[in-house]
Design a protein around this ligand. Structure first.
Ligand SMILES: [Zn+2]
Length: 184
């Protein structure tokens, strides 16, 4: 890092600490030639990501828009806003790590579903209903059944969480309660 006073390129780090709520590292440095001190910040490089929509239109990835969609799908499911924000942060971080700067809205939707499936069955099916444009109650039942099949498969890649294990043991009565919750 070039010294702002004498342009010498070697400095030593006196102190490193996290800044901006952990999103950057602040370093206090001392120039090895003129001994003057200066501060540098290290941040993860932010490169815009383009989303290709189903109709072929392109737009920049907007985490707050994604969050709004997920919050709407997860109303009354008991998942905290903080949890959902963390979910969107995860997705954004995953996208930022990829070499390709373009993603289809379909891939984003499937990623959201993969993550929601571990949090709440209701939220999962609700989000799927919006995102996969369910036409009627039959679609809800089909999605719910396929979720349960995936979850109950012993050699499934996804880790089975206790909540989902419980739910796969539900009786028919419980199932109709769940359906009421989903469509209300
Ligand atoms: Zn210097």
């Amino acid at each position: 890092m070039q010294c702002p006073f004498c342009q010498h390129t070697d400095s030593r780090v006196l102190e490193s600490r996290s800044a901006e709520a952990g999103r950057s590292v602040r370093r206090r440095r001392e120039c090895l030639r003129c001994d003057r001190r200066f501060t540098t910040y290290e941040r993860i490089e932010f490169v815009p990501i383009t989303v290709i929509k189903r109709d072929g239109q392109r737009e920049s990835f907007d985490p707050s828009k994604l969050l709004r969609g997920i919050v709407r799908a997860c109303e009354k499911t008991g998942i905290s806003a903080v949890r959902l924000e963390a979910l969107v942060d995860d997705i954004e971080a995953e996208l930022q790590q990829r070499a390709i700067r373009e993603v289809t809205s379909n891939e984003i939707g499937e990623t959201v579903l993969r993550k929601l499936q571990l949090l709440s069955e209701v939220a999962y099916v609700r989000f799927a209903s919006v995102y996969r444009q369910f036409q009627g109650i039959r679609d809800f039942v089909d999605e719910l059944n396929s979720l349960r099949e995936r979850v109950s498969q012993p050699n499934s890649e996804e880790p089975a969480r206790s909540r989902l294990e419980e739910s796969s043991n539900r009786t028919e009565e419980d199932r109709s309660q769940l359906m009421t919750q989903l469509i209300s």
